[in-house]
Design a protein around this ligand. Structure first.
Ligand code: SAM
Length: 284
């Protein structure tokens, strides 16, 4: 069993840029310079970032599929008093990137975990997409095979939240086409490509039109991509508040359907035809 130092180390979870080195936050640089060890998704990939910021801290590779020994070693070093920074190739670790097993094991071992926030492609995309952002669901990467991908999309088709996906450039066209098939040609989709980089492109449209545009311009099938999908429209019944339903029920107790719908429209601001259909449904 590893002995725990009276002052265990801290595990820092450090976000790094998603393409623009100017997005590296000063606290990330300072943390990476001062910890005893950096656990990186790919040490060769990260060496460019580290040398740019003159960070000479030793690096070790860490993946969630690293064997248990690697996780145990890192937790033991933390318990022994060394602080470690976890980074991935780009953006925020654990967001479609390694880190979950290490963070979970460290937390279970009572180690303090400190996030150093910074770039994250899905949050950057959401902040600029102009889609509802009060509720959203991050879905990561869709399955690569079409049958599984369509099944996954189908399971999300009625979700009212904005849906966020990461997608590989060589699959972008077929994914947009599948979305048009499953969500309907008119569903609004925003494609955020090469965020923070020279060819940054953020384009929103009906998904069928977005698919045609991507098909006609092969440049749109390159680089790194986030797709954001407007949530499903609420079924009309759910669009009525309990108060509006109450008003209609009182009116329907006293008046014929047509008149109740007409007065109800004035009182609730909802469409007369909608209220008329709703009233008929109630009596079925
Ligand atoms: N951990 C990262 C984050 O915080 O966003 C995500 C890592 S995931 C392995 C890589 C995927 O993120 C890419 O395939 C792409 O879908 C998305 N991505 C990363 N950088 C991006 C960028 N600059 N512009 C658009 N999407 C990006």
């Amino acid at each position: 069993m590893t002995s725990v130092a009276s002052n265990p180390g801290i595990l820092y979870v450090v976000a790094t840029p998603i393409g623009n080195l100017g997005d590296m936050v000063p606290r990330a640089v300072e943390t990476l310079q001062t910890v005893a060890l950096i656990a990186a998704e790919d040490t060769r990939h990260s060496s460019r970032l580290l040398s740019h910021f003159d960070i000479k801290t030793p690096c070790i590779a860490y993946h969630d599929h690293s064997d248990d020994t690697r996780v145990d070693q890192l937790v033991a070093r933390l318990q022994g008093g060394e602080s470690i920074a976890l980074i991935s190739d780009a953006g925020t670790p654990l967001v479609s990137d390694p880190g979950y097993r290490l963070v979970r094991s460290a937390r279970q071992a009572g180690i303090q975990i400190v996030p150093i926030p910074g770039a994250c492609a899905m949050i950057a995309a959401l902040s600029a997409a102009g889609l509802p952002s009060d509720r959203f669901a991050f879905e990561g990467f869709l399955p690569a095979k079409q049958v599984a991908r369509c099944a996954q999309l189908q399971s999300l088709a009625a979700d009212p939240r904005t849906l966020i996906f990461y997608e590989a450039p060589h699959r972008i066209l077929e994914t947009l086409q599948d979305m048009a098939q499953v969500f309907g040609a008119d569903r609004e989709v925003v494609m955020a490509r090469e965020l923070t980089k020279t060819f940054e492109t953020i384009k929103g449209n009906k998904v069928s039109e977005l698919a045609s545009w991507v098909e006609s311009d092969s440049n749109q099938q390159r680089g790194e991509i986030v797709l954001l999908v407007h949530g499903a429209p609420k079924p009309e019944n759910e669009a009525m508040t309990p108060e509006q339903m109450h008003i209609m029920k009182v009116l329907l107790d006293e008046l014929p359907v047509k008149q109740a719908a007409s007065i109800g429209a004035k009182l609730t601001g909802l469409k007369k035809n909608f209220l008329y259909d709703w009233a008929l449904q109630q009596s079925e």
